[in-house]
Design a protein around this ligand. Sequence first.
Ligand SMILES: [Zn+2]
Ligand SMILES: [Zn+2]
Length: 438
Amino acid sequence: MSKKTELIQSVKGTRDLLPGETGLWQRVEDEARRVFAAYNFREIRTPILEQTALFARSVGTDTDIVTKEMYTFEDRDSEALTLRPEATASVVRAYIEHGLYNEGGIHKLYYFGPMFRRERPQKGRYRQFYQIGAEVLGSDHPTIDAEVLEMLMLLLERLGLKEFKLLINSVGCAKCRPEYLKKLRHALEEVKAQLCADCQRRAHTNPLRVLDCKIEADQPVIERLPHILDHLCPECRQHFECVTTELEERGVAFEIVPRLVRGLDYYTRTTFEITSGLLGAQNALLGGGRYDGLSEMLGGPPAPGFGFAIGQDRLVLTVEESAGIELKPPLDVYVAWMGEAARGPAMRLTRELRREGVSAETSFQQVKLKKSVGLANKLRVRHTVIIGEDEVASGQYQLKDMETGEQKAVDKGQLAAAIKAKQGGTAGPAGEPSPQAE
Ligand SMILES: [Zn+2]
Ligand SMILES: [Zn+2]
């Protein structure tokens, strides 16, 4: 009786990113780092594991994230721990814990990393998903909102994205929102019988979330509910007007969507989303907003904040479908050698190229010339160096340009320089618009 060993597979809703995909992931991350650095943001890395209370307090106890989606467990010493479902709460916790506010001024922070939510798996959505996010802590000035939105638009432009749209709104503050919520509750009392079961529940627990409902039949009813923009206090109204005016001054296109309230409890004033026509019904590519009371909710000093998180899984998918950026092939040179006498020189040349920052590959064994060229084509290298016995004798190796087919003898000491010179003309991200480009 032979029992086959059962194959262990990855956890449902998680996935492996294989080398064929990671090139694009790295390209997206490199571009984000460049753009964030240009706006004076610096990286912060916080733990994946946090105390459960951090998210219950910040994200909100009536949100889907906290009630249904968190990976929470009891540690061996009975402490309640959670795999972070988002990173803003962690960043603000770190800001408070390390007293960054004592340094004064504003802090511009960005992060990359995996987040965990036990959602129903669907296209572009995973239970371990990745976010690229940024937070500005220490000021409630509307210029911050406008500047961060401008930065985001530049990033998406640099990634070659097409068909994206910035939607913005204001959800008011602790002063004006309760008054609006009272009106909203009142209006909901009259129409809630016509709404879906979730909306009927939210009408009591968290009426703002009704505005988020995606059920088709509910839409005409929700459209007629009072708009928060009509109920802002003078300070919130002025803040929102400053943000929109400054976006116009900066040449950033946007659309005001009074129903945009986002799913998290900690948002105040500006909320926004960027949607992509390429993502179908679940079309939000990223979102964020202002969270002026969050630091206090976590036991910290007043520290207004503004930030966003990009779903990297969806961003990569959209970048792929936009086909607006080109990836450089991973390898520059293939070194082909024929005859035992060429083996040593081939190894030394490969080593020299690699030390010079030219990525190179060679074979362990002798390979016939025709097969070598086929291999080089398969690797999509720009150049092949050919070394046979004659080349070893003369010290002049054959350098073949795989794009043009041109082949010439180059002194072995000059090869790295010759290859780098040719790359100089083509290296670097293709077709980058200048930051001022409209
Ligand atoms: Zn207000
Ligand atoms: Zn509904």
